[in-house]
Design a protein around this ligand. Sequence first.
Ligand code: IMP
Ligand code: MG
Length: 187
Amino acid sequence: MTDHNTLRDEGVERILISEEELDRIVSGLAERISEDYKDKTLLMLCILKGSIVFMGDLMKKLTIPCEIDCMKVSSYGKGTVSGGRINILLDLHRSDLSEKDILIIEDIIDSGKTLSYLVEYLKINGARSVKSVALLDKPSRREVDYKPDYTGLEIPDEFVIGYGLDYAEKYRSLPYVGILKREVYMK
Ligand code: IMP
Ligand code: MG
């Protein structure tokens, strides 16, 4: 690291997506979503914790009204490999899903298991419509056939951190998306 040479950035091999580029990507997504949902009842559903930063930036750029809610699921165990089994750690407790057009806000899609599971789960629970937006997509890692309705950027198969994304709960506060140094998780 040269231009982000602080304690906070230790562990970052290099910046993959700068703050400025993230801003452009999120603005583009907000524009499309605002247009597509202008006659709908949008409920933005943040998948904790990785999507917090993305959700905050995205909702501020929407030109239409929305409600927000959160769910927490886990698919990752420790480390950089997906566990595959989805556990709901915090559920949605609402009785008005049949009136809501849910947009699932996900930081990154990897195997696809989390998003494909959540879409089905929310439909079964009566949502009027369910779509998804993933800021980042690693298509080469897909294990189930699922494509988000909106994607910010496709990236190569590298473990990334920052802008909400973590490794072992660290690095979420980085304002950019960076590639994690291999030595951090090979230790
Ligand atoms: P999937 O169910 O395999 O698609 O996993 C998606 C989840 O895995 C994301 O919501 C992230 O929490 C996590 N994840 C996948 N790739 C990365 C990464 O490169 N950095 C940090 N978290 C990741
Ligand atoms: Mg996540």
